[in-house]
Design a protein around this ligand. Structure first.
Ligand code: GTP
Ligand code: MG
Length: 320
């Protein structure tokens, strides 16, 4: 394995032969970002297009990981293969929200048809919005037909990551106000499918009504997001959920919206990359002596902030 070191080409080749350790290494490179992640990207971008991505988001503890594990069983029973990315923005310590339902997930860890990886934030959260599409691309290039991305729907970036999928599932729980909270978190507008998980608990009807009311207030396209009920821990309603994912996929493919969504996604990624690169250059500029001089001028009222900014931008553009 050592001979593979960090060479993306060798790693990809080994991963293609089924070496999980090589795939894990590729994912680490992508997670870390920087030049090596770029090399991985350069090796994979031309080999993608086959994977269908499903995003799953919802409040902490709503049962996303349990539902993911339950879905994995359904997917396997249909002889399909599924890769799971658990994006973990909050807990570098536990190292993975993924094993929410540990026992169930355990069934899958030794299965060749399932790949599970949790990705944590290194440094700031924004890094994950670049690392996630890269990670999906690696899995896509390696021929994984389904990629499920789980994120906790607590902040805009996490919601955006989950929504950057072909089909987005939003998980809520029964009980007063849960759907209202989800709405506040911006989850309503990204949902293609709603799941009321923990439907073994009280308050399912109220939650369903809340969601319906919110849907009535929003402008819907031709696809009306269905509201499903599941008990992830008992595998109840999970077949239906997978069926709905299939229906939504078919809908997107037929009406051309899949292409449109993917185009928007590429746009967003490109904008993000450009923003990051410019940001990096500007930050580098901030350390230069000329900048200190400019700031002093600004303080003395010899230059206005916009003119100073324009000079900084010029300086940044001169950097490589
Ligand atoms: N009663 C009941 N409990 C459930 C159900 N689904 C999940 N749980 C339990 O709810 C808890 C949280 O489940 P997780 O799957 O870890 O939830 P999560 O949304 O992935 O959590 P985070 O990743 O921490 O945000 C666990 O104790 C599960 O066993 C369900 O349908 N019914
Ligand atoms: Mg989880």
């Amino acid at each position: 394995m050592n001979r593979l070191s960090r060479d993306p080409v060798a790693l990809l080749e080994a991963a293609r032969e089924g070496q999980r350790i090589a795939l894990a290494r590729l994912m680490s490179l992508v997670e870390r970002g920087g030049d090596e992640a770029r090399l991985v990207g350069a090796q994979t971008y031309s080999q993608v297009g086959g994977a269908y991505t499903v995003g799953m988001t919802g409040a902490p503890g709503s049962g996303k990981s349990s539902l993911t594990a339950a879905l994995a069983s359904v997917v396997r029973s249909e002889d399909e293969r599924l890769a799971i990315l658990a994006i973990d923005p909050s807990s570098p310590f536990t190292g993975g929200a993924i094993l929410g339902d540990r026992v169930r997930m355990q069934e899958h860890v030794t299965d060749d048809g399932i790949y599970i990886r949790s990705m944590a934030t290194r440094g700031h959260l924004g890094g994950l919005s670049l690392a996630t599409p890269q990670a999906i691309r690696v899995l896509d290039a390696l021929g994984w037909p389904w990629v499920l991305v789980e994120t906790v729907g607590v902040g805009q970036v996490e919601v955006d990551i989950a929504a950057a999928a072909d089909t987005t599932i939003v998980v809520v729980n029964p009980g007063w106000g849960d759907a209202v909270q989800a709405n506040k978190a911006g989850l309503m507008e990204v949902a293609d499918i709603f799941v009321i998980n923990k439907a073994d608990r009280k308050g399912v009807d109220e939650t369903r009504r809340d969601i319906q009311q919110m849907l009535e207030l929003s402008s819907l396209g031709d696809w009306e997001p269905p509201i499903l009920m599941t008990v992830a821990t008992d595998q109840i309603g999970v077949d239906e959920l997978w069926e709905k994912v299939g229906e939504h996929r078919e809908y997107l493919e037929k009406c051309g919206e899949l292409e449109a969504r993917r185009t928007r996604r590429v746009d967003a990624e490109l904008t993000e990359i450009v923003n990051r690169s410019l940001e990096k250059k500007v930050i580098a500029t901030m350390d230069r002596p000329e900048t200190a001089e400019l700031k002093e001028k600004l303080m003395r009222g010899e230059i206005d902030p916009y003119a100073a900014a324009a000079q900084l931008i010029d300086m940044a553009e001169g950097l490589n």
